[in-house]
Design a protein around this ligand. Structure first.
Ligand code: GLP
Length: 256
């Protein structure tokens, strides 16, 4: 796993936005995997700025979001479809935007269709990810199968309490890409900042591969990049080594 420790959340998000922008410039028909939550908001803001000020063109890009609540319609303030409209799609035109259909009558069929749509699009080139304080990615809660595909999950009390503390009253059931789905992406970029994420980051990067820390599955991914600020990195045993690797990267490998 490539671990990049940056001085501030702004730099974490700036780096993530540059990685996305470079891909879209190189591959106009790129397929992006997108995430929600507080963490990526500045990434979307920067991509919107690059679109507006520098003409970064998303018009041929296809997107797939990681997850959605079951039973919330697209206009519901807590729905991820609404989040994406507000933070990205209302500002930047993409060719096709996919968010799991939490309102489907046949949820199992909607999950299968989602997997098929990803395959039809040629697979995900770059998957953006955040991480839960318990180490979940997307809505794959601890104990999720490491080979899971898009399906329904039940949120843990801990995740529900965290979401409710932010004033979001949300359903307990969600549709989420599986860990197997996420691992199929050609590149994964996970971002995290703040002390509340430090323990999850250490367990993901340096702990054992385990379903109890779903993000640890990224240890199996051939191209996973973890972008963290100093506080989220504060529990990493090999932090100095990761800094050294970043400092001494050959120019062709640099993304700063
Ligand atoms: C939710 C989302 C995840 C996200 C996580 C952390 O569980 N489904 O995709 O990574 O929250 O969110 P935040 O970035 O707000 O801490």
């Amino acid at each position: 796993m490539e671990v990049v420790i940056l001085p501030s959340p702004d730099e974490v998000c700036g780096r993530a936005a540059r990685i996305v922008a470079r891909l879209v410039r190189e591959k106009s028909r790129a397929v992006l995997g997108l995430c929600t939550g507080e963490t990526p908001k500045p990434v979307y803001a920067e991509l919107i700025r690059l679109h507006r000020d520098e003409g970064l063109d998303f018009s041929q890009v296809t997107t797939f979001n990681l997850d959605e609540y079951v039973g919330l319609d697209a206009q519901h303030p807590a729905s991820y479809r609404r989040y994406m409209a507000e933070h990205f799609f209302d500002h930047v035109r993409v060719a096709r935007a996919h968010v799991p259909d939490g309102g489907a009558n046949d949820i199992a069929a909607a999950c299968r269709d989602y997997e098929e749509a990803i395959v039809r699009a040629g697979g995900i080139d770059l998957q953006l990810l955040g991480i839960g304080a318990d180490g979940h990615i997307a809505f794959n809660e601890p104990s999720s199968s490491l080979g899971s595909r898009t399906r329904v999950k039940t949120l843990t009390e801990r995740t529900l309490a965290l979401l409710q503390a932010r004033g979001e009253s949300v359903p307990q059931h969600v549709i989420t890409m599986g860990i197997g789905t996420i691992l199929d992406a050609r590149r994964c970029v996970l971002l995290a900042f703040g002390e509340s994420k430090a323990s999850a980051i250490a367990r993901m990067v340096e702990g054992p591969l385990t379903a109890m820390v779903p993000a640890s599955a990224l240890q199996l991914h051939p191209r996973a990049t973890v972008l963290v600020d100093e506080t989220a990195a504060s529990k990493l045993e090999l932090a100095d080594y990761y800094r050294e690797v970043e400092r001494n990267k050959p120019s062709w490998q640099r993304e700063d």
